[in-house]
Every structure is written in C-alpha cells, then in structure tokens.
Design a protein around this ligand. Structure first.
Ligand SMILES: [Cu+2]
Length: 232
C-alpha cells in the first residue's frame, strides 16, 4: 500500500513537470458579415415574446470592434484517444429567454453535458447527432424540471441541439476525444492548454465560415497561432 502511494506521488510529480505548452492566438474576421436575422417567430409566442421589447437576433458572426471573432472552435486535428472527459466537471447548456445559452460549446467524449431550463415555459430538447455511436434523443423539459444529462462517445463537430417547441432554438455542441480544444472568446482569444511537445495541425472551425488549418510545432514554451476568416 505504501509503495503504491509512493508510485502515485512520483507519477503525479513527474506529470506536473512534464514539458507542455499552451497554443494561444487571436481569431479575426476580414470583411463585413451579412446582417443577423431577428427571431421574428419568437415575438409571436406569448411566453417567449413577453421577455423581449425587440426581437433578439441570430449571432452567427460574433465580431468585436477590432474584427475579433468569437465562437470559433479550435482543436488539434486528428488527436483522438486522449479524452479526460470522464473526470472533468460538467458543461452546462441553458435554455434562457427561449434561446440556448451558449449556442456554441464544446465537450470531451465521456464528459457530462447538463441541459437546464431556466425559463417558465416548456422546452423540448432534441439532439440530432450525425456520427454513429452518438445517440439521438428527444426529451420534454418542464419549467423547473430536472436537468437533462448527456454524454457522447464519439467525436463530432457542431452536433445540433434544437427545440421542437420553438423552431428558432439551436445550439451546436462539438465533441472532442482529447482535452486539446478551445472556443474563441469575445476578444477573439483562443487557448489550447497543456499540449505535449510535438507537431500538430491546429484546426479552426466556424459554423458559417468553414475551416482553416495551420501546422505548428509545440516545444516547451507557448506557441502563437492566429487565424483570419474571410467573408466571401
Ligand atoms: Cu424551446
């Protein structure tokens, strides 16, 4: 028993000091994106419409004042079989104001996704994976109802969650078989943490603008990788 504990401590110590570095960067958007579309049908729904003075809009292109682009999913292409999802805290997808919040999110295989209903109306959470091994499911969630839990076994980009009561509601959940991914924030910043040394292709995916890739080599210090998407 003592020997076993010692091995555990040595292993933990060694992994804490194993070389690893972060991949960091900024995502930018060149060009003017098409205007966002108001959710007009939302305003016609008595419960949902009462929560807004003017219709909320899509936010496909979350662009900041200096062209920084949020909601881009970055990951290490082709890195699989490295999931730590089962030991990670759950990720929450809320239904609030008759919208999914956030609309772009990412989890690991085996990591729990918790769907909440913060609204005073019924939602119907319908997840529609396209990768075999990730089950479709369709569940009613009452106001104040229990959270719904999901886990997925297979990697999948932009898995669709929709609401069968409110046809404008969508969320896009990307599932990775490794911890090496991130989503650009409102400042366009990306971070992929603790990447072991090696040569990788970093992939940046935007729901409307497609995919960009860039090769990097990670050694023992942080590596900067910037991406610029372009509106064609
Ligand atoms: Cu709904």
């Amino acid at each position: 028993m003592k020997k076993f504990s010692l091995i555990l401590i040595i292993t933990a110590f060694a992994s804490a000091f194993a070389p690893a570095a972060d991949i960091i960067g900024i995502i930018a958007l060149k060009g003017t994106p098409p205007p966002e579309v108001p959710y007009a049908p939302l305003m016609n729904d008595p419960t949902c419409g009462a929560m807004y003075k003017t219709a909320p809009t899509t936010h496909f292109y979350a662009v900041g004042p200096n062209h920084e682009l949020a909601d881009v999913v970055v990951s290490l292409k082709g890195v699989t079989g490295k999931s730590t999802g089962a030991s990670q805290p759950p990720v929450t997808l809320d239904q609030k104001g008759c919208l999914y919040v956030p609309q772009i999110l990412a989890i690991q295989t085996g990591q729990k996704l918790v769907v909440k209903n913060s609204d005073s109306c019924i939602h119907n959470v319908h997840c529609v994976p396209i990768v075999s091994g990730n089950p479709e499911s369709n569940q009613v969630q009452m106001p104040g109802g229990s959270d719904l839990d999901y886990t997925f076994a297979q990697p999948e980009m932009f898995m669709k969650f929709k609401c069968d009561v409110h046809p404008w509601m969508f969320a896009w959940v990307s599932v990775f078989d490794s911890p090496y991914y991130g989503i650009s924030d409102k400042d366009g910043k990306i971070v992929i943490r603790n990447v072991p040394p090696g040569k990788y292709t970093v992939e940046a995916d935007h729901r409307k603008l497609g995919t960009l890739t860039r090769d990097v080599e990670v050694k023992d210090s942080d590596v900067t990788v910037n991406f610029t998407f372009e509106v064609k």
